[in-house]
Design a protein around this ligand. Structure first.
Ligand SMILES: NC(=O)c1ccc[n+]([C@@H]2O[C@H](COP(=O)([O-])OP(=O)(O)OC[C@H]3O[C@@H](n4cnc5c(N)ncnc54)[C@H](OP(=O)(O)O)[C@@H]3O)[C@@H](O)[C@H]2O)c1
Length: 327
């Protein structure tokens, strides 16, 4: 086998640990280095996850020669800054979703990737989920005929979380849309493309962040009904329905381990259990791209990320969803 791909992780919070667990499932990936703003945290994370190096600043990790690609696991508001610094240091980057807080940030990141001739991908892991990938192939092959209706939601109760935490804090670009609304929007975009028009409504929390968003995407021959929320849970079963049949992605659909297709009254469930929590599939995609010398993934490209943030900017503009650092 070729040399393993050397991974670095910055921002050692909730998602970084899940990601590190999944890295161990990918034989051709090696966790080389981890970095936290706090040296002790980095040391503890390193001891737990077996990285060769640990650093008390992100910049030290960017300078580590053995690291090929850096996973950015910090809050939304710092994705642009840290990704660009990593790419300017010559590193490839897998950055958590949303790639940037707005279109301008994503454009700056794409420019930095092109200028430095390095790989960049938004960590939209659901694109690589085996059930979603298989459903996408079936939809493209025409199994459901013409798609006419899509429904997807993503909600959980988060009002018991600290108001200074990233979900409810406007200074950290909190709210449901960028954190979880991005998933239903992604599914509609993956299956139907860019909508012709968008209708939307939002409700806000006392901290100023939006905590409910309802969306109606209109296409020439279809409608998508989407929802995200932080003030209650929702079923999270997604439905894609066409002139010849329907497919239902099991809850929680963005990390589905099975889907059911119903064609001509015949129902069939396909189980596609994941090896781990599901991040292993995006890791495998990044490794594959790096081995092939690609600068972006064809399955989740930089133009896909630009389309997604353009849609979210439009929804934010319709509902006056603005963050303090943007005014
Ligand atoms: N793909 C998924 O399933 C998934 C799930 C959850 C979250 N995410 C994404 O991952 C990102 C991080 O989410 P998370 O839930 O892991 O957040 P988290 O638990 O708060 O961790 C974020 C980490 O970023 C670092 N950080 C740097 N600047 C910070 C700041 N100003 N305030 C707070 N932390 C800061 C901290 O690590 P150090 O102190 O070690 O530097 C912190 O532990 C978000 O963009 C989110 O959208 C993705």
């Amino acid at each position: 086998m070729d040399k393993k791909i050397g991974w670095g992780i910055i921002g050692l919070g909730n998602i970084a640990q899940k990601f590190a667990d999944c890295l161990t499932l990918v034989p051709e990936a090696d966790l080389i280095a981890v970095a936290s703003r706090n040296y002790t945290n980095a040391e503890e994370f390193s001891n737990k996850n077996g990285s060769k190096y640990h650093f008390g600043s992100y910049e030290e990790l960017f300078a580590c020669d053995e690291v090929d690609v850096i996973y950015i696991a910090t809050p939304h508001t710092s994705h642009e800054n840290w990704s660009i610094q990593a790419m300017n240091a010559g590193k490839s980057v897998l950055c958590e979703k949303p790639l940037g807080v707005n279109k301008m940030e994503v454009e700056n990141m794409v420019s930095a990737a092109r200028k430095n001739n390095v790989f960049l991908m938004e960590a939209l892991w659901s694109r690589f989920n085996p059930s979603i990938a298989e459903v996408k192939s079936k939809v493209d092959a025409g199994l459901l005929g013409d798609i006419r209706y899509l429904h997807a939601d993503f909600a959980f109760y988060a009002l018991d979380r600290p108001t200074e935490g990233r979900l409810l804090n406007p200074d950290l670009a909190g709210g449901s849309l960028l954190d979880i609304g991005i998933y239903p929007i992604f599914l509609a975009y993956l299956m139907l493309g860019k909508p012709e028009s968008i209708k939307s409504a939002a409700k806000f929390y006392k901290t100023g962040v939006e905590i409910q968003v309802s969306l109606l995407f209109e296409y020439p021959g279809a409608m998508a009904v989407l929802y995200s929320g932080l003030n209650s849970s929702s079923e999270m079963k997604a439905e894609i329905s066409g002139s010849k049949g329907s497919i239902y992605l099991n809850p929680r659909w963005h990390e589905a381990a099975a889907y059911t297709q119903e064609i001509n009254g015949h129902s069939e469930t396909h189980a596609l259990p994941m090896k781990g929590k599901g991040y292993e599939y995006e890791i495998m995609e990044v490794n594959k791209c790096l081995r092939e010398g690609r600068k972006e993934s064809s399955l989740w490209s930089l133009s896909n990320s630009l389309d997604l943030i353009t849609i979210m900017d439009e929804i934010r503009s319709q509902n006056q969803i603005k963050f303090p650092f943007e005014s």
